[in-house]
Design a protein around this ligand. Structure first.
Ligand SMILES: Cc1cc2nc3c(=O)[nH]c(=O)nc-3n(C[C@H](O)[C@H](O)[C@H](O)COP(=O)(O)O)c2cc1C
Length: 243
């Protein structure tokens, strides 16, 4: 059975390693997967104005004219959403958050209650008889410790609840800037492809692959030292400051 995937490429950088991971993952999903990719850095998506016109004036449709409706239409059709974004200030880069905010038009205003007894809006897609979608998070960060992802992992869990997405797993790579010197880059990309392969079968990344991706890939002290020497060279300093 073919899989329709929307890939949201959320790094503002043209040469993004997070996007390389996304590409390896998508390649891994195989030929049965149809991919629509959106590079958010190339789109004009304005911030939500909080006017609620999408609830009360033109239900389901935002009043703003920009690239959002195109993304929203693809999201509507998708079986799965792959969210690829580097860690910025312990969370999502602004353009990704901006896109997610705009998705408020994809839920109905009425408060409902979920299985945990928490208030929730129901998704328009599910109310219209559509099926649940799976979502995957792919992220990288500069600091070498996996713990840096804790706030983003929590946020992703909450986003899935809010958007009625099934959690399809995450691929998180800490110390991404040091993978090359540590000789681990290709290994990480191969693992992303395996993750894609598993996801295409089960709509969930195998737990063992997710765990392996969490590393550690680099020694934190060695990465700190090497990165500091790199920064000192770039800054024209004789040596880095002490820890
Ligand atoms: C504005 C900004 C904020 C960042 N904040 C964090 C952070 O909070 N923690 C961290 O470990 N790395 C942080 N980083 C580093 C990036 O997450 C890291 O370089 C990432 O691998 C870049 O991914 P990309 O190559 O896909 O753009 C930040 C980078 C930028 C530009």
């Amino acid at each position: 059975m073919s899989l329709n995937v929307v890939a949201l490429a959320g790094s503002p950088r043209a040469r993004s390693f997070t996007h390389r991971l996304l590409e390896a993952f998508l390649e891994g999903t195989g030929e049965g997967t149809a991919v629509e990719r959106f590079d958010l850095r190339e789109l004009k998506i304005n911030a939500c104005q909080g006017c609620f016109a999408c609830w009360f004036v033109t239900p389901g449709r935002c009043a703003q004219e920009d690239d959002f409706p195109r993304v929203a239409a693809s999201l509507d059709r998708a079986d799965a959403v792959i969210l690829a974004a580097p860690l910025y200030f312990d969370g999502l880069p602004g353009p990704v958050k901006t896109l997610l905010d705009r998705c408020v038009c994809g839920v109905e205003p009425y408060f409902s209650v979920d299985r945990q007894g928490r208030s929730v809006h129901r998704s328009n897609r599910l109310l219209a008889g559509g099926s649940r979608q799976a979502a995957v998070l792919i992220s990288t960060c500069g600091f070498p410790e996996l713990a840096n992802f804790a706030p983003l992992e929590e946020h992703f869990r909450a986003i899935c609840r809010n958007a009625s997405w099934d959690e399809g797993g995450s691929l998180l790579v800490a110390g991404a800037g040091f993978l090359d010197p540590a000789g681990r880059r290709q290994e990480v990309l191969d693992l992303a492809a395996r993750a894609g392969e598993g996801f295409a079968v089960a709509r969930h990344i195998p737990a063992a692959v997710q765990q392996r991706m969490r590393g550690p890939w680099v020694d934190a002290a060695a990465a700190r030292q090497a990165m500091n020497h790199f920064f000192a060279r770039r800054l024209g300093h004789e040596r880095p400051p002490p820890d």
